[in-house]
Design a binder for this molecule. Structure first.
Ligand code: PEP
Length: 233
């Protein structure tokens, strides 16, 4: 199982280093794959068990793209995983489908592992499961599903940072469909915490979780990792 933590725009370089030192001690013997996405200023070399990924990248090796980072900046740290298509980038930073697809194309050529986020808003969810799946399918339309090194993160926007989650049945239904469509592992994200992670990971088609808020404290995130270890699959 994959347990990934997205720090968003939280934590400094120093704070991330301290966090990773603590987390390493707590999860060193975990059988789960543990990945953390710190802000760009805090990306650093892997210490041991915990993989470091990046929350975003511009589709370039280097160049005149003020404010962005590209391949050259992460290669220095041996980073091999990138989060793409997060709803905050789509909705707050106005990232278009086209730009997301360009990023996917560029970094799949570079063989990075891509965690590709999809998810519907509340209005779509309220129009029913068929509408939800149609929407998610559209978010994948410009993406090369034959690329091997990527996983999907199903993150309903209305569940992110809200404390609300879909029912377990709803999570399983969508994860199963996404898995059938793409042939990839599907993670669930949206208000995952120690109290609900066992049930979520017990769903047959869920291969991991992407955690925002509850990943910010190393001991809490380690608890999630420990619970993942106990869910046998
Ligand atoms: C996220 O933004 O990827 C996320 C899942 O956030 P949270 O766990 O805080 O809902």
């Amino acid at each position: 199982l994959i347990v990934a933590g997205n720090f968003k725009t939280f934590k400094t370089r120093k704070g991330t280093r301290e966090y990773l030192e603590e987390l390493e001690k707590l999860v060193s013997d975990s059988k789960s794959e543990v990945v953390v996405f710190p802000p760009a200023t805090a990306i650093q070399d892997r210490i041991e068990k915990v993989e470091i990924g990046t929350q975003n990248l511009y589709p370039t090796k280097n160049g005149a793209f003020t404010g962005e980072i590209g391949l050259e900046q992460i290669e220095e740290f041996g980073i091999k995983t990138v989060l793409l298509g997060h709803s905050e980038r789509r909705d707050i930073l106005n990232e278009s489908e086209d730009l997301i697809a360009q990023k996917f194309r560029f970094y799949s050529k570079e063989k990075l592992r891509i965690v590709f986020c999809v998810g519907e808003n509340l209005e779509i969810r309220e129009s029913g499961e068929d509408e939800v799946f149609k929407f998610l399918q559209n978010q994948l339309i410009n993406i090369n599903l034959d690329y091997e090194n990527f996983v999907i993160a199903y993150e309903p926007i209305w569940a992110i940072g809200t404390g609300f989650t879909p029912t377990l049945e709803q999570i399983e239904t969508i994860a199963k469909k996404l898995k059938e469509l793409t042939g990839k592992d599907v993670l669930y994200g949206g208000s995952v915490k120690p109290e609900n992670v066992a049930d979520i990971l017990s769903q047959k088609s869920v291969s991991g979780v992407l955690v925002g808020g509850a990943s910010l404290k190393a001991d809490q995130f380690a608890k999630i990792v420990k619970i993942a270890d106990e869910v046998s699959k």
